[in-house]
Design a protein around this ligand. Structure first.
Ligand code: NAG
Ligand code: NAG
Length: 930
């Protein structure tokens, strides 16, 4: 979330503040590139077809296909090539719903116990996944050409099968009927697996980078292979980086000196807005999409440093390898420093199918509390209790709703987390209670670096119990972070995680109250004096696991332990809220993430959209970027535009660096206050819609905000668009990313119309519209055929809206039809898991609006009750001119009007409004417009 306080940094900060041009203070030389990373350099120099393995001894065992990958006899012409000494073990498993899993590890002989086993990441795959396993019964053989053409084939589903070609070794998924391929591994013969071995005389395994030495006691152990996506036009995914949504090729004809996409969680100071460089989190999950085939996905569960090339067309022109398929495809190349191959092939065939398949493995996103989906106010730092009180009061004074006030590191006693600065925050409980009285919440920061101070209880216990990560020589690892000399809790251990979780009880976290939630920052982990500002790779975790093997999951375990802490405290019936900067597959189960330390620049506003879309595609639905930009001082116009766009981020928080000027929404004159108030109110108005989408994400994994192609998978014009996005299936939002923009171009996909969210004006689909750039909002359009629920009364915070009435906005399509949903629960507890919720489906068809119950019949045992009514129904695009509405049951009449106010004083024509129909949200009813 911020800079390091080294002299170094202060210097570059000064430099930055004094330059008005684009910031270039990203410290490139502090980070390794591929050439400085031996495993990456070695892998990238490998030639297609050089893979030494062939598959042998194929059979079925315990419902899986198993085989040995046997090294080929060494090629006498290539003396320098070291053939792997031992065979590898391959296991291929099939799962329901279109998932194939391939594991490749060393083939440990049962009699020997090796001194070191390769690391398999625990606690990521959800237990439900194993219950979906298909018990493979038999494997059939296919022979194309001579003996070399032998393949083993297993059943995946009625449409798909998995194929292992023996020599050369290759694995792929294909369609049974057409034989068309979907996804393949090692089709270009780049698979390589460096096995653990004894060090040879005179061999040097150490690696040096800048002033750091990595002892690498186990030597080279990297893995690499190629993966091809068939029928694909583009690939997406593999966060986190500030880059376009559709991933550009990094190797191939005409691409010089591009780095591969890096997945290595780092605290990157002032990141650039268009770079393959990896940031705070890593999800090794790639999705392809194309007109010819649809969507497929590939996920490699591995927590070591990874580098991925997207190979440009023609990269393999002189390799002599031609794939037996004329399908268009995208080739990629995956490299990891350690671990095993644990790869998941997701068959799709639609974008939502792939996301569902992925969360079927790594878990569904948690359902947040309602308050967490509203607006958050943060800054490094709200100084003291008086500051908190003033900021809180100003929101009310300016009629701006907000739900959460955040405290950054300065609230603690000397960066000792779980403590309060006694002078600045002498009455933390009272402070929280005052906020809670207005229905507001507080979030405090708890970071993973623990101050080495004998009088600090966390440190005392952790050092006594041996809970810290160890350095290569077995002592507690010490690094430099905010509190000075620090050690780091080893969250890989379940016992240590449980100890940590207990620290969040109200007794242990003195000064915390039930309205307090948590922010985990710096959990990559950030180590100011470490190599690349993180922990040395030869540091040791629980069970002798090297840090290099689990680095990318480090923050994940910390997030997990913190979230478990909030679950444990109190009565255990309060959904946790924990924001994390670092993430890994599965983080979606533990809370929200944000895009880290961005900068107050227009380009960074722009890149926030592909960053958030990518996170959503890879399971992390609840994400956002710091509104306003963390570093630097945004011009009021940029700040306003950021609020206007940020109001549609799933996670909506303003945040700012300590050295920036104060920028609460009322500090820039009346007009700007009004504009920011409008933006925040738009979010509050749409909260019923957002909350319904959070529930959809919770149940299906389909993200709250989506790339256009997820909703319009056949509209090619959308495939590489990342300046606009969908909120659910109903709303298209177009950002404005330039100063003093006069116009804005918006591409509206699909054949049906779109309605301006504010004016109700209709626009045609499949068309780019050049519109005047409005000052008071960013363009947003409701898709014809949808119904959006909203709440139009403005309150101080969400807690105060629970009894407020709803408005339904019905946008009819050319068949005079529309559908939508509304999900409501208590916004707080876990009772929704036992059916305590209301879930309605609204269908407008044949001139009649019907409200249907979507909750399963079992929901009777723990009902959630709501007396809320619908106060207004707005119908856009109605062909007739009806005068009356007839409500059943009851045979009641309601008034129908034209030309309503949609939002904030703008009127429009040709719109029907049914006022005060007097129906309850919880009931079944119909309204016929006559
Ligand atoms: C939804 O969220 C809850 C609470 O976070 C979680 O326990 C559950 O597993 C999630 N998924 C589903 C399908 O309910
Ligand atoms: C109109 O909307 C309904 C509901 O979303 C949908 O089922 C139908 O296919 C749409 N009709 C057209 C012509 O797009």
């Amino acid at each position: 979330m911020r800079t390091r306080l080294s002299l170094f940094l202060l210097l570059s900060l000064l430099l930055f503040l004094s330059s008005c041009a684009v910031v270039l203070s990203w410290k490139k030389e502090e980070f390794r590139n591929c050439n400085q990373t031996p495993f990456c350099k070695r892998a990238r120099s490998r030639k297609p077809g050089s893979s030494p393995f062939l598959a042998a001894d194929v059979s079925i065992s315990d419902g899986d296909l198993v085989a040995k990958l046997v090294p080929r006899e060494p090629d006498p012409d290539q003396e320098d090539q070291e053939p792997p000494a031992r065979p590898l073990a391959l296991t291929l498993s099939a799962y329901r719903d279109g998932v194939m899993r391939v594991k490749i590890d060393e083939d440990y002989p049962p009699q020997e116990s090796p001194h070191k086993r390769r690391f398999q990441v625990p606690d990521v795959i959800v237990s439900e996944f194993e219950s979906k396993k298909l018990w493979l019964q038999r494997v059939s053989t296919e022979r194309v050409g001579g003996d070399e053409g032998v393949s083993s084939i297993v059943y995946l589903s009625d449409e798909y099968e998995g194929v292992v070609r023996h020599d050369p070794f290759e694995v792929y998924v294909r369609e049974r009927s057409s034989g068309d391929r979907v996804l393949s591994m090692n089709s270009h013969g780049l698979f390589d697996f460096e096995q653990l071995r004894e060090k040879k005389e005179g061999e040097d395994w150490e690696e040096r980078f800048r002033s750091h030495t990595d002892t690498r006691p186990y030597g080279p152990q990297s893995i690499s292979f190629d993966v091809s996506f068939y029928g694909a036009d583009f690939v997406y995914g593999i966060p986190e980086r500030a880059a376009s949504l559709a991933l550009k090729p990094t190797r191939g004809p005409g691409i010089d000196h591009s780095e591969p996409y890096r997945l290595f969680n780092l605290d990157v100071f002032e990141y650039l807005h268009d770079s393959p460089f990896g940031l705070y989190g890593a999800i090794p999950f790639m999705i392809s999409h194309g007109k010819a085939r649809g969507t497929s996905g590939f996920f490699w569960l591995n927590a070591a440093e990874m580098q991925i090339d997207v190979l440009g067309e023609g990269w393999d022109a002189d390799s002599g390898i031609s794939l037996p398929s004329s399908q268009k495809r995208v080739d990629t190349f995956w490299m990891s420093e350690a671990g095993i191959v644990d790869a998941f092939f997701f068959i799709g065939p639609g974008p939502k199918d792939v996301v569902k398949q992925y969360v079927g493995v790594t878990g569904n996103p948690a359902m947040p509390q309602l308050f967490a989906t509203a607006y958050h106010q943060c800054r490094w730092n709200y100084r003291d209790e008086e500051d908190v009180e003033n900021v809180d009061a100003k929101f009310d004074e300016h009629d701006i709703p907000y739900d959460v006030l955040w405290l950054d590191i300065e609230h603690t006693d000397g960066k000792r987390y779980f403590t309060w600065d006694k002078v600045l925050f002498p009455h933390p409980e009272e402070m929280q209670r005052k906020l809670a009285a207005k229905g507001r919440h507080m979030v405090t920061i708890v970071d993973p670096h623990i101050k080495r101070d004998e009088s600090y209880h966390i440190h005392k216990e952790a050092s006594k119990n041996g809970y810290y990560v160890k350095d290569a020589s077995g002592n507690d690892f010490e690094g430099w972070c905010w509190p000075g000399s620090s050690s780091y809790i080893d969250m890989l251990s379940p016992e240590i995680r449980s100890w940590w979780a207990d620290k969040f009880s109200f007794e242990n976290y003195v000064g915390s109250t039930p309205s307090l939630y948590i922010w985990n920052d710096m959990n990559e982990p950030s180590v100011f004096n470490g190599p690349e500002l993180t922990m040395p790779r030869d540091a040791l975790h629980y069970g002798g696991v090297e840090h290099r093997e689990l680095h990318n999951a480090n923050g994940y375990y910390f997030h997990m332990a913190t979230s478990d802490g909030l679950l444990k405290r109190g009565n255990g019936n309060d959904r946790p809220f924990v924001l994390s900067r670092a993430f890994f597959p599965g983080s979606q189960r533990y809370g929200a993430v944000w895009t880290g330390d961005n900068t107050a620049e227009w380009d960074q506003l722009r890149v926030s959209v592909p960053m958030i879309l990518t996170l959503g595609l890879t399971g992390l639905s609840f994400s956002g970027a710091d509104v306003g930009g963390f570093f630097g001082n945004p011009e009021p116009e940029l700040l306003v535009r950021w609020y206007q766009l940020g109001a549609y981020y799933p996670f909506f928080r303003a945040h700012a660096h300590q050295d920036t000027k104060r920028r609460e929404p009322w500090l820039f004159g009346e007009r700007n206050t009004e504009l920011m108030r409008d933006a925040i109110r738009t979010r509050y108005m749409l909260l019923p819609f957002f909350y319904t989408l959070f529930r959809e994400a919770n149940v299906t994994g389909v993200p709250v905000v989506r790339p256009l192609w997820m909703e319009f998978p056949f509209d090619e014009a959308t495939f590489d668009k990342d300046e606009a996005f969908m909120v659910g299936n109903s709303l298209l939002v177009q950002g404005i990313f330039t100063e003093r923009a006069k116009h804005v171009s918006v591409y509206l996909p699909g054949k049906e119309s779109w309605y301006d969210l504010r004016t109700g004006t209709a626009y045609l689909g499949s068309k780019t519209h050049k519109l005047e750039a409005p000052e008071d909002h960013v363009p947003a359009f409701q898709r014809a055929g949808t119904i959006i629920p909203r709440r139009d009364r403005f309150r101080r915070s969400t807690t105060q809206t629970v009894n407020d009435p709803y408005t339904l906005v019905i946008a009819l399509n050319s068949s005079q039809t529309a559908e939508g949903e509304l999900y409501i629960d208590d916004g707080k507890s876990f009772e929704f898991k036992h059916g305590a919720y209301i879930h309605r489906r609204f269908v407008f068809k044949g001139g009649k609006l019907t409200s249907l119950n979507m909750a399963p019949a079992t929901s009777g045992n723990l009902p959630f009750k709501s007396e809320c009514i619908i106060e207004r129904i707005i119908i856009l695009g109605h062909a007739g001119g009806p005068k009356n509405a007839l409500i059943e049951p009851g045979n009641l009449k309601a008034q129908v009007e034209f030309g309503p106010l949609l939002l904030q004083g703008r009127s429009s024509s040709g719109v029907l409004t049914i006022r005060k129909p007097g129906i309850r949200i919880a009931d079944d009813w119909t309204i016929k417009v006559l």
